[in-house]
Ligand binder design. Structure first.
Ligand code: NCD
Length: 303
């Protein structure tokens, strides 16, 4: 495997290897401090980001490597009309590995075929976000001890939320998981997720527009309504605050519920929930750095 474009580019065994590596990095960080000496990571971000870009950069710096790149399309030659393929081929002359975020679905795949260095999809439009999924998997592993027989609720924008698509894809590779898909009718998961993953895999799932099943969940994955992917502002305004997780609602939830969110949060989790021991979203942020360290090592072929 040269690149990471979709979470299915990694086998279940490789996922576990990355988790184990991240746990070892957490345990013995000094061992890894110089592993990427003289290596360079380029972050090519054509869309806004805080966690993904900075965690990639922090990951490379903690491995002893260095970073270069841009954080908005306007500051790159994309603004002059350069293609993604040409940009990627150019950057491959300066760096050893690329992390790319782009509003167009498939752009990182195009970059991967143009560049002869590893390309990581750091989010492509409303499609996929495999490194957020790695972050989520490390969090689930640390909180739940494994990936099977879990009842997982996804809530919010399941249509445009790329983190949701990639995580459902990953969790469908383990046995006995059940899915509760909580969203307004207009923001249900795309048909391909329903048919190709959930139906074909024979998974139990329900699509609902209310919180009735909250008490049964082991994991609740909240998401923001993806304003930038809407065709009109009126629809966004109508749908943005339909599902808000409150401390009050959580009174009916399991004591060991794991509450996740890829962040950024807008309104969908009330601030009071942050103090609940079940809130795991800031732990996720930290896990994101460690698992990206493990991924960079793997793609660069460094032991
Ligand atoms: C997510 C993304 O970019 O898709 N954020 C992230 O990478 N942590 C979620 C979002 O923007 O809502």
């Amino acid at each position: 495997m040269k690149d990471l474009i979709s979470i299915t580019d990694l086998t279940v065994e490789e996922l576990q290897e990355l988790i184990d590596k991240a746990l070892d990095i957490i345990e013995c960080p000094d061992k890894y401090a110089e592993k990427c000496k003289r290596k360079k990571l380029a972050t090519l971000f054509f869309e806004p980001s805080t966690r993904t870009r900075l965690s990639f950069e922090a990951a490379m710096l903690e491995l002893g490597g260095s970073v270069l790149g841009f954080s908005e399309a306007n500051s790159s030659s994309a603004a002059k009309g350069e293609s993604v393929a040409d940009t990627a081929r150019t950057v491959a002359c300066y760096a050893d590995i690329i992390a790319m975020r782009h509003p167009k679905e498939g752009a990182p795949l195009v970059a991967a075929s143009a560049a002869d260095i590893p390309v990581i999809n750091a989010g492509d439009g409303g499609h996929n976000h495999p490194t957020q999924t790695l972050t989520d998997l490390l969090t689930i592993y640390r909180e739940k001890g494994g990936f099977s027989n879990l009842k997982i609720g996804f809530c919010g924008d399941l249509k445009f939320g790329r983190t949701v698509h990639s995580l459902i894809n990953a969790m469908c590779r383990y046995e006995g998981n059940e899915f509760v898909l909580i969203s307004p009718e207009e923001l249900r998961v795309p048909g391909y997720i329903r048919k190709d993953l959930l139906d074909r895999g024979g998974f139990k799932y329900v699509e609902t527009d209310n919180w009735d099943l909250l008490p049964e969940l082991d994991i609740l994955y909240m998401t923001r309504v993806q304003r930038e992917r809407f065709f009109n502002e009126a629809d966004y305004l109508r749908l943005k605050d339909v599902f808000i997780l409150t401390a009050e609602k959580l009174r009916s939830a399991k004591e060991d519920l794991c509450i996740m969110h890829p962040l950024p949060r807008v309104n969908e989790i009330e601030r009071a929930v942050d103090d609940d021991p079940r809130a795991c979203y800031f732990k996720q942020v930290l896990n994101g750095k460690y698992i990206r360290m493990a991924l960079i090592l793997k793609l660069l072929g460094i032991e």
